[in-house]
Design a protein around this ligand. Structure first.
Ligand code: ATP
Length: 554
């Protein structure tokens, strides 16, 4: 009934759990004393001092109950904070490749709802588990002095509740795993359909997807009802045991003694034997939900990832030799070799030839490559490359908030320095018109044009001032003016830094220091633009075709 791995996963909560159990036990002692005082007053002797003790016990009970609630709050707060921050740290270590194993919706649901449900496990279920073991033993000792038979009957009936819990546990676990699976599946579809809503509308496919989601929602409703039915049935069984057990204890109390005080005391206190276990049963069902989520949580937290070494590099250069890589069993890069030491290095090739894959590998997003891929002699999969490399792509993200916050995440510099980079990328005037650095940015930079967004993304990258920049189609799908401006900035930047530029538009790279041309995951040609044109091969054909198309378009 206790998931030890889960319990010890947040050791910091254990002292609060212990205190919680202690306070609950003191509350029970107060309850026993106040019941005894009440019974004594009714059956034997009315004294003002007994009434005083009764009130003191009631007040003390109220105080310790409040303390127990406080301890629950403390442990749940620690558990939620610890697990969420561990999950966040793990995901930032795993990086983008988390999507290979888990969907974004699943991660979001796990870190919100999943961890929320673990709160009940730590704050209520675990303390209740220990308290419900101690409470019947305490009461047994007290009642056995009055009526041993009744005490024994009550004690014997108590384990029937945990037995019924254990009985449903196996079935409940399977059911809750299915429930959780269905829940994340529905969340996945919802998030994806919401993100692609415009596309669904354009193709008038929203009706079809609506129906698909209705089917999934109906499946979720059915599994939810099954879970609720199982919980209700299990609680009914527990109630029968609890009230039946109390009744049996009362019968024995009535028949076993002529003492009115003892009989009344046993009648009033007998329910206390079962209430903690009964309460444990209720918590158990909510905690099981959290436990089902915890299996998924541990799968992420325990994922083996190699710790990246922090290195202190002076000169930054890149080399790849016999580099092989595939996202799946199918190889995408077939033993490529390249060097990038300084200046502007271009990577060109047909769509799907492996250019963006090289950028992802350079950023350390995938470590399962073979061959060599080195930054200043260090294997990239072993080191933290983020201080030395900055990737700018069409997926570079602008966060909702203001422009200053978006720029400050690269480097916390003065407004003046921020304005200098904005000037450099040619967007200073526009930003000024929109309120300067306080300009509002919507989620993903939705309130900006493609060109404006890319200029701001580049400005942020320039502020970071890293020795290497990787531009992955940073100028695709934007206006010609922005594209030219960005290329101008990149050429200027390449005088001081190493700039690796992936571009569909070969005209952008004619002045590059060196160009690598890819085809089907192989580097088929390399050299300067002039040298590649002279080779009259793949590059030359691509270049001429593009030039012809652009001339025709013009
Ligand atoms: N996350 C992924 N999982 C599986 N396969 C992938 C993944 N990303 C890319 N691929 C595959 O790897 C191959 C190379 O893709 P890559 O994006 O590197 O090409 P590219 O040259 O950058 O293409 P483009 O110019 O169209 O952006 C493609 O066949 C693609 O289908």
């Amino acid at each position: 009934m206790i998931n030890k791995k889960l319990l010890f996963s947040v050791r910091e909560s254990i002292p609060f759990i212990k205190k919680n159990v202690l306070y609950q036990w003191i509350g029970l002692v107060c309850n026993v004393l106040s019941t005894a005082c009440l019974c004594w007053i009714i059956t034997r002797h009315r004294s003002i001092s007994l009434v005083g003790i009764l009130f003191i016990c009631l007040i003390l009970r109220y105080i310790v109950n409040q303390k127990a609630i406080e301890m629950s709050y403390e442990s749940s707060h620690i558990v939620k904070e610890t697990l969420r921050s561990r999950l966040y740290k793990k995901l930032s270590k795993i990086g983008n490749s988390y999507t290979n194993e888990w969907s974004t919706a699943e991660i979001v649901q796990l870190s919100t709802e999943g961890i929320e449900q673990l709160e009940t496990y730590f704050a209520s279920y675990i303390p209740q588990f220990f308290y419900s073991l101690i409470a019947p033993m305490t009461l047994f000792i007290v009642i056995s002095f009055m009526n041993f038979k009744a005490a024994l009957v009550l004690l014997v009936c108590v384990p029937l509740i945990p037995m019924s819990i254990v009985f449903v546990q196996k079935f409940a676990k399977r059911l809750l795993n299915r429930y959780w699976g269905q829940y994340t599946k529905l969340g996945d579809s919802f998030l994806e359909n919401l993100q692609g809503l415009t596309t669904l509308k354009i193709y008038e496919a929203d009706g079809y997807y609506h129906k698909k989601m209705n089917v999934e929602s109906e499946n979720f409703r059915k599994i939810t009802m099954r879970v609720l039915t199982m919980q209700l049935n299990s609680i009914t069984v527990m109630d029968l045991v609890a009230y039946g057990g109390s009744a049996l204890g009362i019968v024995f109390a009535l028949t076993g003694t002529n003492d009115l005080f003892q009989t009344l005391f046993i009648i009033l206190i007998s329910a206390e034997f079962f209430i903690p276990m009964r309460q444990l049963g209720s918590y158990f069902h909510i905690a099981m939900n959290g436990m089902a989520a915890s299996d998924k949580l541990f799968a992420i937290l325990e994922k083996d990832i190699q710790e990246k070494q922090a290195v202190d590099l002076k000169d930054c250069f890149i080399s790849a030799s016999n580099l092989h890589f595939g996202y799946t069993d199918k190889e995408v890069l077939h033993g490529i070799c390249f060097n990038a030491n300084k200046g502007m290095i271009g990577f060109v090739g047909e769509s799907g030839s492996g250019k963006s894959t090289i950028a992802s590998l350079l950023m350390g997003q995938y470590t399962n490559y073979s061959g060599e891929l080195k930054l200043s002699g260090y294997e990239i999969k072993d080191i933290n490359v983020y201080p030395y490399m900055t990737l700018v792509s069409l997926e570079s993200y602008l966060f909702s908030g203001n422009l200053r916050d978006n720029l400050a995440m690269a480097k916390d510099v003065s407004d003046q320095e921020m304005n200098i980079v904005l000037e450099k990328v040619g967007i200073f005037d526009y930003v000024n018109e929109q309120g300067g650095l306080n300009m509002r940015i919507l989620e993903g930079g939705k309130n900006l044009s493609g060109g404006q967004r890319q200029r701001l993304v580049l400005a942020r990258a320039l502020l970071k001032d890293s020795p290497i920049y990787i531009m992955d189609e940073a100028t695709s799908n934007i206006d010609v003016e922005s594209e030219n401006k960005i290329m101008e900035v990149l050429y200027e930047l390449s005088k001081e830094k190493l700039v690796l530029c992936i571009s569909h538009r070969l005209a952008n790279l004619v002045n590059a220091d060196h160009i690598y041309c890819l085809k089907d995951g192989n580097i088929v040609e390399s050299g300067s633009h002039e040298e590649l044109i002279q080779q009259n091969g793949v590059y030359c054909e691509l270049f001429n075709t593009q030039e012809e198309l652009e001339r025709y378009g013009a």
